[in-house]
Design a protein around this ligand. Structure first.
Ligand SMILES: *Cc1c(COP(=O)(O)O)cnc(C)c1O
Length: 729
């Protein structure tokens, strides 16, 4: 399909964005045309002043639209639009933001063997680019979004490919007992910053994928993430049967057969779509196992061009790298023969493979017919290099997947690690950014992976750091009050609980955050394993604390749902409604409030099941301190001076481990954390605490930035810059 007509489709999809911008601009007062152009590239979301620009048009509608710039501009009243257009200062700010976006686009690409026509193709089941595009569930999606943004900042020729879920992930409502209810709101792709990719003749570009014995047809949406396009496959077409149209309805759908179909669509459809647009990926990055069929499709295309099978498979492996993200069972789910045959039965023959050989690729012990089919072994086998997402997770993954390499001892299993990082401009609150902009030098953010950049934190006056923390905490407490009053009323909680939210929470009190997916291994229940002790700590007069929680349990995870109920019971029984709040419907917006406002970020996973964890890194960027089990990223971050650690060795009996870790947690809170926070100098500043905050920024800032992470991928996995060596071989 790589003929000239197809190549124009690629160019046209960029033109489609311009067309959409023009169309939107034509409905607005003339000066607002600049704002319409900004709206179609998420680069605004990590440009200082971008969020404020849209908020200034109509703040209420901005929040109600989930900060969706296209919807805001389509739905704002003409009064608001005219007022914004007449505001010369605002229009000058808009012009400055557009200039940043255009200058960013005009930079030359990173030199090396990837290019716009031969990009790095980054495949993932979920992408958390922005709160207005709800096609993510949690950490995996946030990481994928941060990688696209950082690739844009580093001018890496990358494209993302995922699925456009018409209903996204569920929204959460907790009832008064703390039990989670789920609901879904359909996404209207015409009202988000996405454009349909079209052929020359204006018809939508489509490809087909053989699935469930039929040809599934998909179209493609393009979302612009800075310089990086994100292509989203969409099966909601009349040409498909009603059931097949549901394949791209929901992320992490409960129906196993639909889940398998999603994986096949992502792996195979992504390669077909890129091919149809005239792109030949130089590297295919499988971000988790969902997309692991992609290299088989690469091989098929090669064979269609006349290559023999084994050479084609070897060449596909050479282009593929694989990242595993969790040792937990739900992330490495097994499917039996009948399930795989039903959905993917036609695929192996396309690469000249019998079905049995195909199944063997998805087993740790290929010859064991009782072993289920898992996408992770397929990904590891079909890639040139594989990695875990922290140093410790690398070790765990080598152990876990050693049976794939029966003649290798564990240490030499070819799975390395690239520790996760977070996109600094996205996760640093505007006030923090302003402080560091004043002290770290011009353009410091482009040098975020250099420890030297962060060294200047040492000489920021303690008073300025403390002022920042106090300001962020006070703003957050207002937000918590707003949300808690509203959700407690909506849940019909007793009047006293509502009143407690109205007067409770203090802008001066030590504020503890715990927010993440409510998966069992994250052990939310540990916070209240000793309820009396926790209640005493929270309500201790001069040294009180407040605990702000958020998180979703997968709809099928009863145990996860019950863990949240435990906290609601605690809050009511232990007279702590002024100190404990659960914020419904954890998403990127809530996350950004939490990681900015909390003084202490707590993570209590059952070691060694936390592959990395990233929310603690976001807290670091705003001067929060981590108290965490030494697992995942924290096992390589903690140095004794930059936060607090709980031993991360694992004990055979989980309940013994729980009790031991909980005791360590409460001891640290009582004897170290609270005393340090409340030990004030004559100037009212807790200098010991501020010292630790500075150590945390200086040591963790450079290491856990997405800049360091993407640089590692470029050098160790993509091998983009080693063209000359590769060519010489
Ligand atoms: C960062 C983030 C996560 C991941 O947090 P972990 O610490 O890795 O569990 C999940 N959900 C949202 C909304 C986030 O922003």
């Amino acid at each position: 399909m790589t003929d000239t007509a197809a190549v124009t489709a690629l160019l046209d999809s960029r033109a489609e964005i311009v067309r959409a911008q023009d169309e939107l601009a034509s409905r607005l007062p003339a000066p607002m045309a600049i704002v319409a152009r900004i709206a179609y590239n998420y680069r605004w979301s990590w440009t200082p002043g971008g969020n404020e620009l849209f908020a200034a048009v109509d703040e209420l509608r901005w929040e109600r639209s989930n900060r969706n710039p296209v919807r805001l501009l389509l739905e704002a009243t003409s009064v608001s639009l005219e007022r914004a257009a007449a505001d010369e200062r605002l229009m000058r700010q808009a012009a400055a933001i557009l200039a940043v976006i255009e200058a960013d686009n005009a930079r030359p690409a990173m030199p090396g063997r990837a290019s716009a026509r031969q990009p790095v193709a980054f495949l993932c089941a979920e992408f958390a680019v922005h709160t207005s595009l709800p096609i993510y569930a949690g950490g995996l999606g946030v990481l994928a979004g941060d990688i696209l943004k950082e690739a844009s900042d580093l001018a890496v020729p990358m494209v993302g490919v995922g699925l456009l879920y018409r209903q996204g992930y569920f929204l959460q409502r907790m009832d008064r007992t703390g039990y989670q209810h789920e609901y879904w709101i359909p996404l209207d792709p015409e009202r988000v910053p996405a454009v349909l990719v079209r052929n020359n003749d204006g018809t939508p570009l489509t490809v087909t994928v053989p699935l469930r014995g039929r040809e599934l047809m998909v179209q493609v949406w393009r979302v612009q993430v800075g310089r990086v396009p994100l292509f989203l496959l969409d099966a909601d077409l009349r040409e498909n049967s009603r059931t097949d149209r549901w394949i791209t309805a929901r992320l992490y759908e409960s129906d196993r057969s639909i889940r398998l179909a999603q994986y096949a669509l992502l792996g195979i459809g992504s390669m077909r779509v890129l091919d149809a647009m005239g792109m030949t990926p130089s590297v295919v990055h499988l971000n988790e196992g969902h997309a692991a069929l992609a290299p088989l499709e690469l091989a098929r295309m090669d064979m269609a061009g006349g290559g023999d099978r084994d050479t084609a498979l070897a060449a596909a492996r050479e282009r593929t790298i694989f990242t595993t993200h969790t040792p937990v069972g739900a992330g490495n789910e097994g499917y039996d023969i009948a399930e795989v045959a039903d959905v993917m039965g036609d695929l192996p023959a396309e690469v000249g493979m019998d079905f049995d050989s195909f199944l063997q690729l998805g087993r740790t012990r290929p010859e064991d017919p009782h072993e289920p089919f898992v996408m992770t072994p397929l990904g590891i086998r079909m890639s040139r290099a594989a990695n875990g997402v922290s140093r410790r997770h690398g070790e765990v993954a080598r152990q876990m997947w050693q049976p794939l390499f029966p003649d290798r001892p564990v240490d030499t299993v070819p799975i390395g690690h690239v520790t996760n990082g977070v996109h600094v401009p996205t996760w640093m609150a505007p006030a923090t950014r302003e402080l560091l902009d004043r002290h770290l030098g011009d353009e410091w953010i482009t040098r975020a992976s250099d420890p030297q950049t962060w060294a200047a934190v040492a000489s920021i006056p303690d008073a300025e750091v403390w002022e920042l923390r106090s300001q962020l905490r006070a703003g957050f407490v207002e937000y918590v009050r707003d949300r808690s009053v509203a959700t407690r009323l909506a849940r019909s909680e007793p009047r006293e609980m509502v009143a407690a939210a109205e007067r409770g929470f203090s802008p001066d009190s030590l504020t503890i955050g715990f927010a993440r997916r409510l998966a069992t291994y994250k052990r939310l229940y540990m916070l209240t394993l000793e309820p009396e002790r926790m209640a005493n700590l929270l309500t201790d007069g001069a040294r009180s604390m407040q605990l702000i929680l958020a998180g979703k349990a997968h709809p099928d995870d009863e145990e996860g749902k019950r863990s949240a109920q435990g906290l609601f019971t605690f809050k009511q029984l232990h007279n702590a409604p002024e100190h404990v709040a659960f914020l419904d419907n954890y998403d990127l917006t809530i996350a950004s409030h939490l990681v900015a406002g909390c003084d202490l970020w707590v993570n209590l996973p059952r070691a060694p099941l936390e592959a990395s964890g990233t929310s603690g890194m976001k807290s670091v960027l705003n001067g929060g301190l981590n108290l965490s089990v030494l697992d995942g990223w924290w096992a390589e971050a903690f140095d004794g001076t930059n936060g607090w650690g709980i031993p991360g060795d694992s004990v055979y009996d989980p309940s013994v481990q729980d009790r031991r870790d909980a005791a360590a947690f409460y001891d640290l809170l009582e004897h170290e954390v609270a005393p340090l926070f409340y030990d004030r100098g004559e100037d009212g500043i807790p200098h010991g605490w501020v010292q630790r905050v500075k150590r945390s920024l200086m040591t963790n800032g450079p290491l856990f930035s997405a800049t360091r992470m993407v640089e590692d991928y470029i050098d160790d996995a993509y091998l983009l810059r080693s063209l000359s060596q590769a060519g010489a071989r």
